[in-house]
Design a protein around this ligand. Structure first.
Ligand code: GLA
Length: 392
């Protein structure tokens, strides 16, 4: 969590201290997905966890109908009328909170004027859901300030809608759900079709989750992401010859898929669909092995997931593959995989605490030799979802 006193100082520097209304503080984390990648928009299972770092939002009521947006991460700062909320490319990151205001207004709920300062601890474009984090903290903060119901599942859905419609990114529900609904020391098993979920204690004992940021800028990720989505939709259409009721690949089990995959004529589409069905199966297997405390078996499933994302779904890249390959060479590493949409961003590895230092040094060094890029590593704890921050 950011230094609140310093942030409040920055807030009053930006917005003045004449306004006697109190400054309220909200926080939403980033997320890491442990397994179940590119399954959410296919109505499958995911297994993400909230991080302990994310986006902090300071907010203070205004008398008029303006909303002031500022961030400690970007220079752009301005006031926008709440009666004129529309997407504007020049507003850059501010379009995320604007999308949320737009969603709240669409529900017929009031939003008054506020001054807002964000401070983000999630590296942008790293695949740790900085966008879901700012969306969810804004939705939760504004609804709470206005005295409207702030149900966290509804907030996740509203934030996904803002991202889909206002921002034009066709993401699934995983990121917003994890960021809204996270629980300290627990991962979330979420069925994305029904939104049934369970908080599963993530007890990794002497093993740590280490996130490796490739710092590879993700190019063309939206178009490639949308292309994968259409390929999955194509596979559903092909399989409807046998399963007329099928609407999502997640409704098929592995056995059914194996029996009827020949109905998908296009080889690439067939590979995409195989990844989805097998990945969902890997999430279910993960639950079984984790229940028994078998972290080694879970590590193997993580590796299987990465290989499938590389070979079948084709959303990894040289940087992600090198980082995973090098991670797996370190003794004490049980598993490693890319996390998030892919094409860059981060990996997540399960590393014995005695090996963490070697891991960071060695993987970092070889990664740099092989890619020319400097990686960042975070040894991560699992934190809570969105919440209001009360000061001690
Ligand atoms: C991005 C999207 C999620 C999900 C993942 C891949 O993070 O926002 O909805 O599809 O990619 O699992």
């Amino acid at each position: 969590m950011a230094d609140l006193q310093a942030l409040k100082g920055r807030f009053t520097e930006l917005y003045g201290s004449e306004n006697a209304e109190p400054i309220h503080v909200f926080h939403a984390p980033g997320r890491v997905n442990l397994i179940g990648e590119h399954t959410d928009y296919n109505g499958g299972y995911v297994f993400p966890a909230a991080l302990t770092f994310g986006t902090t939002m300071l907010i203070r009521k205004r008398e008029d109908e303006q909303v002031g947006f500022a961030s400690t991460n970007f220079p752009l700062h301005k006031h926008i009328s709440i009666n004129n909320i529309a997407f504007d490319p020049a507003d850059d990151w501010m379009n995320y909170p604007k999308g949320i205001i737009h969603e709240i207004q669409k529900k017929g709920l009031s939003v008054g004027g506020y001054d807002i300062l964000y401070s983000g601890a999630i590296p942008n474009g790293s695949g740790l859901s900085s966008s879901a984090s700012i969306e969810v903290v804004t939705a939760y903060g504004l609804l709470t300030m206005e005295g409207h119901p702030a149900d966290k599942v509804q907030i996740a859905l509203m934030s996904q809608k803002a991202e889909n419609e206002f921002m034009g990114v066709k993401c699934g529900i995983m990121d917003q759900f994890a960021v809204a609904m996270g629980k300290k020391d627990h991962a979330i098993l979420l069925m994305c079709d029904t939104l049934e979920y369970k908080h599963v204690p993530f007890e990794s004992g002497a093993y740590k989750l280490v996130i490796g940021n490739t710092n590879k800028k993700r190019g063309l990720v939206d178009s490639a992401y949308n292309e994968r989505r259409s390929q999955c939709e194509q596979a559903v259409k092909d399989l409807q010859q046998q399963f007329p009721e099928l609407t999502l690949l997640g409704q098929l089990n592995l056995e059914q898929f194996n029996a009827y995959q020949h109905l998908i004529p296009d080889e690439t589409v067939r590979k995409r669909a195989r990844h989805v069905v097998e990945e969902i199966d890997r999430v279910l297997q993960s639950m079984k092995v984790l229940e028994k405390g078998d972290l080694e078996a879970f590590g193997q499933l993580m590796i299987g997931s990465h290989n499938s994302l590389r070979d079948l779904y084709e959303v990894t890249c040289l940087e992600l593959d090198v980082m995973v390959e090098e991670a797996l060479k370190i003794p004490g590493v049980l598993g490693s995989r890319m996390t998030g949409a892919g094409f860059g961003g981060c990996t997540v590895s399960l590393v014995h605490e005695d090996s963490v230092e070697t891991f960071i040094e060695q993987v970092g060094r070889v990664y740099k030799e092989k890619t020319g890029l400097t990686a960042d590593f975070y040894v991560c704890d699992i934190g809570n979802g969105v919440e209001q921050v009360t000061e001690a």
